[in-house]
Ligand binder design. Structure first.
Ligand SMILES: [Zn+2]
Ligand SMILES: [Zn+2]
Length: 450
């Protein structure tokens, strides 16, 4: 079948795709709260004749398209969640799609409708799993920890949680396409892909001091905000020890919970990620960051409680899958509009976790404007961000599964997983999870640092 046949299957549903992009943009919801977005997507899928498996107690769903012939299972995803971005001019309920996941969902609509058209699966083998997945952005970690305590989720990222639930167990290859912004230097680029991207750890840090009269008896207080500030300064002093190749990024934000200016603050909360290109580099940098945080507490005689959560594993795109994708991207957009490089991106995604156990790929498509996660972010060219993205992903599925899945088998056979199994991956990340006091004070005044 000619490529144009598949492109037309997507274009036929152009209006529905663009409508989904606008609707989801106008109704942003943050991670594990995307009930409306999930229901909107589900209705489109069910109207098109899909039978869905719902996660149920959290948003999102998946469905399988079986070609009727045995073969590999390809997973294609769209992310449902928006960012908490209260200063974005188009924020709704404090949220905005400042990462463009609305365009991904619209693309997934196009893929789903196209693959239900007559002839779409002719000549293919295996199956295609389409998945609307929640909670990619690693935010609101206190809220997500409360979901963990209730037993609703076990991990903070949507794909990781879906993986834990077994929704990826029989998947052989996975991919999605994330929206990206055009800049003056890359204005001609439609599709791009890095070698991979940083992984991260999430840290929630609570400094606890003692309230007292800020004017009358500050000597009776312990200033938790100062303790936190010292901790942050110690982290800043460590930055020159980070190796360039590890691309360590530590970017704390602080909330000082002073009740009033005349009270020594008894509480200060710090949240940060520790990002890096490998798990070893992240773990090593995290040790230093933890030590720095303890130093601020020790100096002031404050307490500090730290919760470490495995964030996302570094993303390593499958080189073989990139080869297949590149051909498809060129077919959609032309040779000059496709750019691949061997850099590691600075951000993190839970596609990284999948990429440690399943050959995976997380490239970008143009069509957005402004800064990713910025207040000027938006979708300016939905034709590219959604329709072309869907055409490319349909073609990728076809290329992988045609000719008795020769290309899918090539990708699978050459895959070098970081962990031998999904279970081994979870055993490794579970070791990164901890909740502990860093400093303890004994009766004779000695401090013990953990
Ligand atoms: Zn994002
Ligand atoms: Zn994103």
């Amino acid at each position: 079948m000619e490529n144009q046949f598949y492109f037309d299957l997507v274009s036929k549903h152009r209006e529905k795709i663009l409508e989904a992009e606008r609707y989801i943009w106008e109704h942003p919801e943050s991670g594990f709260k995307e009930w409306n977005t999930s229901a909107y997507m589900a209705k489109i899928f069910e109207d098109a004749g899909y039978t869905l498996t719902y996660a149920g107690d959290i948003p999102g769903f998946y469905t399988d398209l079986d070609t009727g012939k045995p073969g590999p299972k390809i997973l294609i995803m769209g992310e449902l969640d928006a960012l908490v971005a209260p200063t974005h001019p188009e924020a709704w309920n404090n949220c905005a799609h400042a990462c463009g996941h609305n365009a991904q969902c619209a693309g997934l609509v196009g893929i789903a409708l196209a693959l239900k058209e007559p002839g779409a699966l002719d000549g293919l083998c295996g199956s295609i799993r389409l998945m609307a997945v929640p909670a990619e952005e690693l935010i609101e970690t206190d809220y997500r920890d409360s979901l963990r305590e209730q037993g609703l989720i076990h991990y903070l990222g949507g794909k990781v949680e879906y993986m834990y639930r077994g929704y990826m167990d029989d998947v052989d290859i996975s991919f999605m396409i994330h929206t990206g912004s055009r800049t003056p230097e890359n204005s001609h680029i439609v599709f791009s892909c890095n070698k991979g991207a940083n992984g991260c750890m999430a840290k929630n840090i609570a400094y606890k001091g003692m309230a007292s009269h800020a004017g009358g008896s500050p000597h009776n207080g312990i200033n938790a905000m100062y303790a936190a500030t010292l901790g942050l300064n110690a982290i800043n002093a460590l930055r020159e020890t980070f190796r360039d190749e590890d691309k360590i990024r530590v970017h704390p934000i602080m909330e000082a919970n002073g009740s009033a200016v005349n009270i020594i603050p008894a509480k200060a909360t710090v949240n940060t990620f520790v990002r890096g290109t490998s798990m070893d580099a992240i773990v090593a940098a995290n040790k230093k960051v933890t030590r720095a945080l303890a130093s601020g507490a020790l100096a002031m005689g404050a307490e500090v409680f730290v919760s470490d959560r495995p964030g996302y594993a570094p993303l390593l795109n499958s080189p073989e899958l990139m080869e297949v994708a590149k051909e498809c991207m060129i077919a959609v957009a032309g040779e000059n509009a496709v750019s691949f490089d061997d850099k590691m991106g600075g951000g993190s995604t839970d596609m990284g976790d999948l990429s440690t156990v399943i050959p995976s790929m997380h490239p970008h498509v143009a069509g957005a404007r402004g800064k990713g996660h910025g207040d000027d972010y938006g979708i300016e060219d939905p034709e590219t961000a959604c329709v072309k993205s869907a055409q490319c992903q349909v073609l990728m599925a076809v290329e992988l599964l045609k000719d008795n899945a020769a290309k899918a088998k090539y990708v699978i056979e050459n895959f070098k997983p970081v962990y031998p199994s999904i279970q081994a991956y979870f055993e490794a990340v579970d070791q990164l999870m901890s909740d502990r006091d860093l400093v303890k004070y004994t009766e004779n005044g000695a401090e013990v640092v953990f």
